[in-house]
Design a protein around this ligand. Sequence first.
Ligand SMILES: [Zn+2]
Length: 243
Amino acid sequence: MIFTDKAHFLSVLRDYCIQSGFAIVVDRSSPTSFTAQCLELNCNWRIHSSVLPDGTTWAIKSIKDSEHTCRGLYERNPLVNVKCAASKLIDDIRANNDITGKTLNDLLWTRYGVQMATSTLYKMRSIALREINGGHDESYGHLPRYCEMVKQTNPGSAAKCAWRKNDPQLSLTFSRIFISFKGAIDGLGTGCRIFIGVDGAHLKGNYAGVLLSAVAIDANNELNPFAWAIVSVEDGKNWKFLI
Ligand SMILES: [Zn+2]
């Protein structure tokens, strides 16, 4: 068996161990060779692989006692760590950001015959979500550019973002944002009743704050949200920011 490099070999070896229900102890690992044996002391299973003369690709040179003499592991496997579980379950988390630790454990059990502590799976889910969505800091950091893009690509729209500097040592901190698209503003004047509703909803998550929205009702009695903002608290000063 040939592997593109050492990382590829290690990844295949890990998958094989997890699916076969045993773990390994590394005896020797260098940039050119790798030897490991079964975690169970009484088992003689051992694998040796090394780099080929091209200096990049790897091959398995020998497997001693290809059948394990140990009974293998039960549902926990030390090879299934947070990073490994995240790589196996990232598509499931992408499809459902709120997937529960229990469901993640069920998936691990059905697919690989292993389980993890539910608390570890919740920790893993937040790491995977950070990888999927980028960090909250990074996402909020895109907002000023987003506002400029809205104004450039959708002329007549209103978009503004405010920042404050609490500490001269720190970078700017997000304060509030306001967005209203041209199409929604136009619809307000042509197809909506003379009625505007305003309300706020508290946001969960890292930075909390309040989502303010202004909604009109169109000729079919349907809601037409035409402006929204995120502010720290719902007060007169922040409502004025919208005007
Ligand atoms: Zn074994």
